[in-house]
Design a protein around this ligand. Structure first.
Ligand code: FEO
Ligand code: CA
Ligand code: CA
Length: 681
């Protein structure tokens, strides 16, 4: 392919990317600078770029060191034995760090607003998203041999872990409490009592599922849980967020795959057309040709057909009170909930941004009716029960708006489109938010994952919001905000490398109903000499990020962004999930780039994780002298891309021995500078 032809193709690609944004200056693509969001200090990225690697370890720049903070199975309480994955029981797992850690959040040792910069004692909340059976019980030789007790222990490894951490002479380490309730350490699992609040709290589907769950799972709280609690806990905990009042928001993503039937996508059999549509929209139940009866009863779909209505929510947890009952905030809507990140609006309300991580689903925002009171923590505790839920619509001209989801608007849209869907009330809208957003014309996105508002030190949103779209196999070019590269024949190709969009809320206010948008980062290779590259599976992947005179990015190549962290200098730290599917020579990683920059956006690689693990939850301590991230499911695949799920039962050894040379375990790692300085300076 000649260079000239290459550039002309890329120009065509750029038009496809922008979906008709021809009127904007070319350099807009490279990332614009806005006065309102300019970083408070000169953003620096003064670390040596880490080269691509398939090493089965964490690799960081010279002058930096990493170590494991906590890993799956580590005890949360004193007097417990070292972890033996073959001896795991539900009871044990309820006192040990969960598996498949994703989102991380840090809370000050004692609540204060704004969060203090210097802390020697903090609370870490970590999501435990799901469990890979092949990474459990190393002695089992055949997956059909898992016992009901082992399956129950696997379920207990999901949810959330709350664990205190402290900084000593040797840096940050996890703290064990003397016993449950004596300190902040706790597990929240798929069996923990939770309450439902907000408009869908008493939805008939939830009431039906509650009866099944509470019959299957006895009350083990000793009468401490509220009478209306549902012992369904939480599952699919992917990303999440923090509130200014010191609570943790965990987002329930892939709940559809914890409900099993003998046949995948079996009809619910409830004679309820809304429910049948919901099952199709979310893709439940998952299939398990034999062995369904080994599952806890509430996760057997035939026994609990409305069970999936208990999940897909944002669960709010008070990490300061180990005896508090977490609450599902139904006002924020049900979806494959990826995150719930907050910003204070100009009039002191709270905006919560959310992604729905499925191809062609949407980006959402919730704006509370009430205002945040920094001087009265208790008064803020139910702010997330009342407000307006929106979904984003991106226009090809670079503008966009937040569509308010109401029963009236959704019913009118359904009627106009000849859809049988109807919504009785706000509870129905919350329960079936995906369906409502679709009817109202929200833009189908390329799997929106993390969404983060740029905030000042007082948690006030400044206007810019970054939306991370991990990838999509959809080829439809009519998706404003979602790039489609064109080949020589003009055919649009799937966005296999993902991208990040920047929106700017009107008036710099996170309560706004209008915004403008632009590309922030395009996944791929800025130095590509051809438009396509063979992906790890041999299929051609469109990977070029250059767009003629205005390449989107410069520096390091990457694919499949997932989570981001924006530090106090507005440097954006990006973690990836699926990079090696496209660029086989590098495991998943963390890259950094400034929010505001001139010309092509520079990307530097800060960290590479071990074999078969995605990197999640990038985060810094408040003084920005420690960087945390989650290494999720090391060993789930090998460097050739073969899934351990397939190879283990044929006798393959685990593809990773991260973090300590033994059986692979998900782990939280902490990275510091050897001279104690600020990360990235
Ligand atoms: Fe759990 Fe959407 O990544
Ligand atoms: Ca994610
Ligand atoms: Ca992901």
């Amino acid at each position: 392919m000649t260079k000239a032809k290459h550039i002309s193709e890329l120009m065509a690609s750029r038009r496809a990317l922008l979906g008709g944004l021809a009127g904007l200056p070319l350099l807009n693509l490279a990332g614009c600078a806005t006065g309102a969001a300019r970083a408070p200090a000169q953003a620096s990225l003064n670390f040596a770029n880490v080269a691509p690697t398939n090493a089965d370890t964490v690799t960081v720049p010279p002058g930096y060191s990493w170590r494991t903070l906590i890993a799956w199975g580590d005890p949360l309480f004193e007097g417990m034995s070292a972890f033996d994955p073959d001896a795991l029981t539900r009871d044990e797992q309820e006192k040990r760090f969960g598996t498949h850690n994703d989102m991380l959040a840090l809370f000050a040792g004692d609540y204060a607003f704004p969060p203090p910069k210097h802390q020697d004692r903090m609370i870490l909340c970590a999501n435990n998203e799901y469990v890979s059976p092949e990474l459990t019980f190393p002695a089992v030789r055949d997956p059909r041999q898992f016992t009901p007790a082992q399956v129950e222990a696997m379920y207990a490894a999901i949810g959330v872990t709350v664990v205190e951490i402290a900084r000593g002479g040797d840096g940050w380490h996890a703290v064990r409490n003397a016993a449950p309730g004596q300190g902040r350490n706790r597990r929240i699992t798929p069996f923990t009592p939770v309450q439902f609040s907000g408009p869908a709290a008493h939805h008939p589907w939830i009431e039906a599922a509650k009866a099944v769950v509470n019959a299957a799972e006895p009350d083990r709280s000793g009468g401490q849980a509220p009478a209306d609690a549902v012992r369904c806990g939480t599952v699919g905990n992917c990303a999440g967020g923090l509130t200014p009042w010191g609570t943790y928001l965990t987002a329930e993503e892939n709940f559809h795959s914890v409900f099993y039937a003998a046949e995948r996508n079996a009809a619910p059999g409830t004679n309820d057309a809304d429910h049948a549509r919901d099952a199709r929209i979310f893709g439940y139940p998952w299939g398990m040709p034999s062995g369904v009866e080994a599952l806890p009863r509430q996760f057997q779909f035939a026994q609990n057909p409305y069970g999936p209505s208990l999940y897909g929510w944002v669960l709010e947890i008070d990490p300061y009170d180990p005896n508090s009952t977490p609450k599902k905030r139904t006002a924020l809507g049900r979806k494959a909930q990826e995150c719930a990140t907050t910003a204070i609006t100009k009039d002191d309300r709270i905006a919560a941004y959310m992604g729905d991580d499925k191809a062609n689903e949407h980006v959402y925002k919730f704006v509370t009716a009430g205002r945040f009171d920094p001087n009265n923590r208790a008064a803020n505790m139910d702010l997330l029960d009342d407000g307006a839920l929106y979904a984003a619509r991106f226009e090809a001209d670079g503008t966009g708006r937040w569509l308010k989801l109401t029963p009236e608007a959704a019913n009118a849209a359904a009627e106009a489109q000849g859809s049988p869907a109807r919504f009785r009330d706000a509870g129905d809208i919350a329960m079936r938010a995906r369906e409502a957003a679709n009817l109202l014309g929200a833009t189908p996105m390329d799997r929106p994952e993390d969404v983060e508002a740029v905030c000042d030190a007082q948690w006030r949103g400044l206007g810019p919001v970054l939306i991370v779209c991990t990838k999509s196999s959809d080829r439809d070019p009519n998706r404003p905000g979602n790039p489609r590269r064109l080949d020589e024949s003009g055919a649009a190709h799937a966005n296999r490398t993902g991208h990040i969009i920047r929106i700017d809320e009107a008036g710099g206010d996170c309560a706004a109903e209008h915004f403008t948008w632009d590309a922030f980062v395009v996944g791929g290779d800025p130095n590509a000499t051809s438009l396509t590259l063979p992906a790890r599976d041999g299929s051609p992947a469109q990977i070029a990020t250059g767009f003629g005179a205005a390449p989107a990015n410069s520096g390091e190549r990457f694919a499949c962004p997932d989570n981001i962290f924006i530090d106090s200098d507005h440097r954006v730290w990006i973690s990836t999930d699926g990079n090696p599917d496209i660029f086989a020579d590098c495991n998943d990683q963390v890259l950094a780039t400034p929010l505001d920059t001139e010309g092509p956006r520079p990307l530097k690689r800060f960290l590479v994780g071990p074999v078969g693990g995605e990197i999640c939850g990038p985060l810094m301590a408040p003084d920005e002298r420690a960087f945390f991230c989650a290494v999720q499911h090391p060993g789930e695949s090998d460097v050739s891309g073969a899934d351990f799920f397939e190879t283990r039962w044929r006798g393959a050894a685990a593809p990773s021995s991260f973090p300590d040379g033994g059986w692979p375990r998900s782990a939280v790692v902490v990275v510091t500078r050897d001279d104690g300085g600020r990360i990235g300076d």
